[in-house]
Design a binder for this molecule. Structure first.
Ligand SMILES: Nc1ncnc2c1ncn2[C@@H]1O[C@H](COP(=O)(O)OP(=O)(O)OP(=O)(O)O)[C@@H](O)[C@H]1O
Ligand SMILES: [Mg+2]
Length: 260
């Protein structure tokens, strides 16, 4: 897919801004099936439908803000966060990110099922740029938090979904990111784990200058952690303001028909 969008990434600067979207649009092409999609690499004129997962999004998030992304299924929340993490690029517009991002987007993504939990953690930590001694320090803390026990040395294909999620959350939240992205992570795991996760989020948020971007369908968690809400509807930003008003706004538009 051709792309004229821009992704600009810098270290955390002393500047105020953590994330800035300028007219960001992300368009996906939908083909009839995978064979047609494959054929389209050779025959660019093959027909497809287009979806604007993000449509002309503009917003600025300053360092230290905690922002909830609200919106119904398919509104474009995860797409926006994927652009911020650099997993995907804008089709047009500019996305700027200043600082190190630790993201928990898709709890099953990124882990290799054939490797053990420990091996996976080491790999991720190296990718994040930690040194071997730093990794050695971090591992017990993560496995402890995730309450994985001796499974840490078993291949991850033997883990339950909750165990994978706990390890992912334990890792992402043990780093010291400038920007922490959480996409529906509290929805997994049992009550005990949810409690521990909340405590950890509070701890992270109490650090100076950490920016939290939080996607959740739990309006009470959004209220608890975020001062500001961005409400999305079918790819567009419909509201940007204080969390209370954002929640009321979202409740109103959530009652709208999804297609018209
Ligand atoms: N890789 C992709 N290919 C094609 N379409 C996609 C792709 N990823 C997302 N979409 C479409 O883009 C739109 C926005 O998806 P997105 O995952 O950002 O929504 P969301 O707000 O995170 O929804 P949810 O609350 O269900 O997680 C949806 O219509 C979705 O089907
Ligand atoms: Mg999503």
């Amino acid at each position: 897919m051709s792309s004229s969008g821009q992704f600009i990434k810098t270290e955390a600067t002393r500047s105020l801004v953590a994330v800035k979207f300028k007219h960001v649009t992300k368009t996906y092409h939908l083909y009839r099936n995978d064979r047609v999609r494959f054929a389209s690499t050779f025959f660019p004129h093959i027909k497809y439908d287009e979806v604007n997962a993000n449509n002309d999004l503009s917003f600025t998030i300053n360092r230290g803000e905690s922002v909830a992304f609200l919106g119904s299924n398919g509104a474009g929340k995860s797409t926006a966060l994927k652009i911020i993490t650099g997993v995907t690029t804008p089709t047009s517009g500019t996305a700027e990110v200043h600082g190190r991002v630790s993201a928990l987007l898709d709890l099953t993504a990124g882990f290799d099922a054939q490797l053990t939990g420990r091996e996976n953690l080491k790999l991720r930590a190296r990718l994040w740029g930690l040194s071997e001694p730093e990794i050695a320090d971090l591992l017990p803390e993560i496995t402890d938090f995730a309450a994985i026990g001796k499974y840490i040395d078993q291949p991850m294909r033997t883990y339950s979904a909750g165990m994978r999620a706990r390890l992912g959350f334990g890792f992402a939240s043990s780093l010291k990111p400038d920007i922490l992205i959480l996409d529906e992570v509290l929805a997994v795991g049992d009550r005990d784990f949810a409690k521990k996760s909340l405590a950890r989020m509070q701890d992270i948020m109490s650090r100076d200058g950490v920016t939290l971007l939080f996607v959740t369908h739990s309006l009470s968690s959004a209220q608890k952690f975020c001062k500001r809400a961005l409400v999305m509807y079918r790819g567009s930003l419909k509201f940007d303001g204080p969390i209370d008003k954002g929640i009321s706004f979202y409740k109103k538009i959530a009652r709208l028909p999804r297609s018209s």
